[in-house]
Structures are given as structure tokens and as C-alpha cells.
Design a protein around this ligand. Sequence first.
Ligand code: 6R9
Length: 577
Amino acid sequence: MARATVIRKNAAELRVAPNLRDLDAERAAFSWDAARRELQGLPGGGLNIAHEAVDRHASGPRAAHVALRWLAASGGVRAISYAELAGAVNRFANLLRGLGVAKGDAVFVLCGRIPELYAAVLGALKCGAVVAPLFSAFGPQPLKTRVNLGRGKVLVTTASLYERRVKKVAGEMPTLEHVLQVDGADFRRMFDSSPAEFEIEKTVPEDPSFLHFTSGTTGMPKGAVHVHGAVVAHHATGKYALDLHPEDVFWCTADPGWITGTSYGIVAPLAHGVTSIVDEAEFDAERWYRILQDERVTVWYTAPTAIRLLMKAGAGIARQFRFPQLRFVASVGEPLNPEAVWWGKEVLGLPIHDNWWQTETGGIMIANTPAMDVKPGSMGKPLPGIEACIVHRKNSGIEIVGNDDVEGELALRAGWPSMFRGYLGEEARYRKCFADGLYLTGDLARRDADGYYWFVGRADDVIKSAGHLIGPFEVESVLMEHPAVAEAGVIGKPDPVVGEIVKAFVSLKAGFVPAEELKMQLLAHARKRLGAAVAPKEIAFAAQLPRTRSGKIMRRLLKARELGLPEGDLSTLEGPT
Ligand code: 6R9
């Protein structure tokens, strides 16, 4: 089939009138103050995410509307109304306050996608606590690192995750005062006896709300600090980029351990008072098509990895299902190949709408919105309230690129409400992200003559596997713990399904011999320490790893060699390799 380079849209033909009809006009008229006025605010002033997400609906006409439809991995379904959610959130908040959790304390959540996770996150926000949701796939090591960096006071988890992930490092997290196992009898008793009314902490827009860890190339994970004011951006982007309307059934497939699963799996849909699908199970092509069909999903937000897996599963499975309710599909996390955009059109009847953002931006910045023509392969255009540009870093500062179609670093004018307010304990690292009032994203991109942005690559070595950022350093550190390992260098190796897989190059200490059995041992060690999501999938032995003169492992060179690409500038390479 011949494929045009642009998918034309006609707003009048869309089944539901889009919230954003004319991007330029809306951009011109937009102000963040006006966006804030679409929310309620706390009685007597202040702003709290949980109030906007739950309480204002629970105390209004949407009290009986379904907030969450939870699909258990075992097959059961539980519909939770806004009023019921408010009760559970308040019980959780009372319970936490009873344990001494006060404004500014850190509450970590390590749960699968179960209803208690939502009550815990929102309950902690109502207490004024800072919430750090973690992937349940994290092994003990990443868990411990993060809890200690964030000075976690309470960890909310389940009995089985406690056994598998927490127990081994329970004594190595000195700030933790309480570990709650939400499926345990003790917890149940405390929860059930907690009142369903709660006096919300009077938070203001600049009070911290979430702590999301993101991976850097060097050093430990960075804790990006977000604030309650971010809800203004979650609401606005839910309206513009996801086109949420009151009767929508919305499904964000991301886990809340990834910021997408918090900003758009919890906050934005609830702030709009819509029904959100929460699936406890992991990806399965047939299950996902069935959910889209049986739950009558209208707006779907997913990721390129998932779309590639669906493509791989074949059109045969898709043809067993029908999606007449589905009206908008969006994706984030990695470049979305044009092929995937077209696949959407053919199999779901709708193109996939790519959008771009980061843990640091807190919410969607650049998007293909429903009424906009889509150029497959492009991330779209900056949303109202967002000013983007392409810059070049110079010794003397930065230079904004005026011309179209020039590659450079993507930058955003600082000041949107969901912008991160710091990297925990790393003021200098935070400041380095800004210059001349711009936030520098670390992504390379270009803008075309129509104002569409195109992703080019990342400016660093961070690996994006199945949509998740993995810092090579964290993986290398764990490999180095093994008695046989002298040094380790970790890269992302392109993979048609998950984008990149984690590949490790390892040199051995004297007395150890490269052998298949040792490789298996290293893989098992890494998996145990890091969890399957972060551990390398491939390991190769090398006599020596290439290093710069300053001692940094040259991951760029490992990668070039792995892929048979030019080795580039080797002037900083140390010695023979
Ligand atoms: C939300 C999220 C951020 C990094 C970002 C970029 C990559 C995200 C993308 C994309 C190409 C897109 N990324 N969206 N690359 N096209 N539409 O993903 O946050 O986990 O912090 O990752 O992901 O490299 O800088 P986070």
C-alpha cells in the first residue's frame, strides 16, 4: 500500500469534537494561570494533587462514576467509584499519619498494579508526603539504592514482594521506619479501623509531591523531585494531548514505577474524572486486544515496545477482536517508527499518535493531537504553554538554532508547572540542565518547516529498553560485585522489539577463565540483584575494556564495535585495546 508522508485530519470528521481544534490559536490564548483555574484548589487556598484527582469528584456529581476498573491478573474485575476511592485513600492517609508520616516525609511504594497502590499513592499525597513509586520488577539492589537516596520512611509493598525483593536488604535501609504489607492481616486491621474521613494537609503548588528516579550514565540514579502544582500540567495535557472527555474509558498501559504510569496512569485521568483501566497482568497480545474490546476503551496510551510486540504477534489475533469505541491512540517513551503509526491505522483503524516527554518534564511536552495532521515518524508539535527550540552548546553558552531541519539538542523554555524542581541532593547536576532560561533535555532532535519535531537520538549513553531508562553504571556496578569480574561496560544493543537490550562486556580477574558456565553465573547474579527488567540479556567476555585517559569506560566505542560502525574520535582512548 502506498503511504503518504502525512496523515491528514479533519476535525469535523472526528467522532468526538476534539478539545484542541486549532493548535496555533490555543497556544496564543493559553496561560498556565487560566489552566490552573480549571482545577478546584483546596478550600481556603493551596493545591494538592489528590484533592484534584479524587476529592473534588467524590464530593460532586461524579461520586458514583467509576474511577478505576481493576482487572486482576487472575481474571476478576473490580470497579471502584470516585466515592469508594476517596474512602480508601482517606483510610490510607489516616493510617500513614498514625505512623507518624508528616509533610515532606518520603513514602516508597513497591507494589504491582493493585488497587492498594492507588490508595497508597494518593493517601500519601494527602498527607503531604513525597511519594516514590517503584517498579515491582526491581531487585533488592535498585530498591535499596533508591530508598536510601530518597530517605524513605515508609515502604508500602506486598507479602510476596517483601519475600522476593525487600527481605534481603531490609536491614540496609536505615531511614525506613515501617514496611507495610498491604495484603497482610496486620495491615488489614489497621486499614479497616482507620476513619474514612481525613483532613488534608494544606499543601501549596511548590510543595514536593513525587520523587521519580531516572537513570544517568554515571553515578547513581537521579531522583527527580516534582511538586503538587504539576497537576495543572497533567490536567492540561490530559485535555490537549490525550483529548480526555468525561465519558471516556481511558487505558494507560504504563506501570506507575515509570513516570508515565503516575502522571497518566493515576493523576491526569483522575483529575479529569474519567474511568481508568488498570490491568494487573503483564503484556499479552490477546489479553490486551480483549481489554480494548471488552472494556470499550475509547482513549489508549501505550508505548512503542508494546506496539511492536502486538505487530509481532500478527494481524491474525487482532482480527478476532473489534474496537468500535476506540477513538484515539497515543504512545510515548521511544521513537515510534512510521511503520507502527501505519500499523495502528490498519489494525486498530486509527494511526498511533506519538508524543514526547521525560521524567524531568513531568508531563507531555510535544505531541500529535487528534485534530493535527500526523507526519509518521515525528513526535508532533509543542503543546500550548510549551515553548521548544533546538540549541547548540558552545563553550561560551548556548545558541538557539534559527533554521529548520538542523539537528541539535532539544530545549524547552523553563517554567511549566510539571517541570522537575531538582535532582535530590544534587544541586549542581540540576543547575547544569539549564542555560539562559532553557531546560536542556539531553535529546537530539530537529524541527521541520511546519514546526514538527523529529527525534534524532540521545546525547548520552543511557539505555532505553522496553521504554524504560537504564543507567549503564548501575548495571556495571552490580556485575563488578561478582568475584570473577575485573571490569564491566554496559551498552544498549538495538533490538527490533524492545528498542534496545542491555548488553554487558566483562573482563575477568586473573585466575578466571571465560566460559559459558561463568556467563550463566553472571547473568543469574545480575538478575538476582537487579531484577529481570534491568539485568543484561547478553554478556560477552573481553580481555580488556576500552577506556578514556581519564579512566571512563568508552561505552560509545563498545557500541560502535558491536554494531560494526565507525569508531569515531579515539583521541581520548587509553593505551592499546
Ligand atoms: C516519559 C518518558 C525520557 C526519554 C527521552 C527520550 C525518550 C520519550 C519519546 C522518546 C523518541 C518519543 N523518549 N518519548 N524518544 N520519541 N516520543 O519516557 O520518560 O523514562 O524519563 O525517558 O525517553 O530519549 O529523553 P523517561
